[in-house]
Design a binder for this molecule. Structure first.
Ligand SMILES: [Zn+2]
Length: 355
């Protein structure tokens, strides 16, 4: 009996591996009661463990393992079904529609508006909060409602304005093709806030591009070569160095694309002798063509006090060129871990409607 048949609270009747069942014993010997963490570790029994008996009572399944008895209550099995079913919010494709906005005043006054905005952010990958305080560093104050910001090289809060001494193209008035930040770090931040403190310049519209919508338009073979052959990226200053080599498309364990690593400005020369170099460049050409195609871009203006929040791996962001002679344009970037926002939303939803 290396697998055991169980009837679940949802009505499902199915076999589970015996070792799985032993590992999920809820008793006080096998778990730390206060935290529900595992104390039992699978290596303490044989991998081929089998129950000596399985008894179904009214409100529990009792399994005798010979040296241990496990009681799986209906409530525990229901909790396990919830654990198995838990996912991050589904990422909905998004392009062409207006970006979801909320005002800061409404957000702080009404937790429902705040949670709805977090929900839209998790599903769509980009939202704008308008009418925020135009104070330097304020984006960090806002973000700390949901989690800790991520420290990155250069500075935790990046000032972006025209600066002849700047270390990248963001510090010019040139157009910035859509990109994700820190493509040059293999373990790059998965969330980003762009807080527009002052925008008095003509033009310089903001652009966002849903990377998943772009990947949807590529052939399977293009996706495969871009997800398999690594590219390298570098961003550096006089005081900091970031360099990393990784694929341009990321896929999850099931092979589903979940993000892009695209930064025209940071791309380094790739290995031209790689066996798939020609194939990679043809796919990269199609990828770049889709990213710069206005049909795949959403343009909007970030006014003074507007704050754009993006999923750092999924959404690309950029801007059109502007004329610095027409006025000041100054924004600040901070970075964070997307998972922290998604999990904070989950925590709030659990409090609002437990089970
Ligand atoms: Zn136990």
């Amino acid at each position: 009996m290396t697998s055991v048949s169980l009837t679940w609270p949802s009505g499902r009747v199915d076999q589970v591996p015996a070792l799985w069942l032993r590992d999920n014993c809820p008793c006080s010997d096998c778990r730390i009661d206060a935290t529900s963490e595992h104390r039992f570790i699978v290596s303490s029994v044989e991998a081929t463990i089998e129950p000596t008996s399985v008894t179904t009572a009214d409100d529990a399944v009792v399994v005798d393992w010979g040296d241990h008895t496990s009681t799986y209550t209906t409530a525990w099995l229901a909790d396990i079904e919830k654990q198995i079913a838990r996912t991050f919010p589904a990422m909905e494709r998004w392009h062409g529609a207006d970006i979801v906005r909320a005002s800061y005043e409404d957000l702080v006054a009404d937790p429902t508006i705040e949670n709805d905005l977090l929900d839209a952010f998790c599903r769509l990958g980009a939202v704008v909060i308008s009418d925020t305080p135009r104070e330097s560093g304020w984006s960090e104050t806002l973000y700390r409602r949901w989690g800790p910001p991520t420290e990155v090289p250069f500075a935790r809060i990046h000032d972006v304005y025209v600066d002849p001494a700047g270390y990248n193209v963001a510090h010019t008035s040139e157009a910035l093709p859509p990109h994700n930040d820190f493509a040059s770090k293999r373990n790059r931040p998965s969330g980003q806030i762009l807080h527009m403190l002052t925008n008095e310049a003509t033009d310089g519209d903001s652009i966002v591009v849903d990377g998943l919508h772009i990947i949807d338009q590529l052939s399977e073979s293009d996706v495969d070569v871009l997800a398999t052959v690594p590219a390298s990226f570098r961003q550096f200053s006089d005081t900091a160095e970031t360099w990393g080599r990784s694929s341009v498309i990321q896929r999850d364990e099931s092979g589903t694309p979940i993000g892009l690593r695209f930064s025209n400005q940071l791309l380094q020369a790739s290995d031209p002798w790689h066996p798939r170099a020609t194939e990679w460049y043809a796919a990269y050409h199609r990828l770049a063509s889709l990213i710069v195609d206005p049909a795949n871009q959403t343009h909007f203006r970030l006014n003074s006090g507007d704050l754009l929040m993006v999923h750092g791996h999924r959404m690309l962001h950029g801007r059109t060129a502007f004329n610095p002679a027409t006025g000041v344009r100054h924004l600040q970037d901070i970075y964070f871990d997307f998972d922290d926002v998604a999990n904070e939303l989950h925590r709030r939803q659990q409090i609002a409607s437990p089970r």
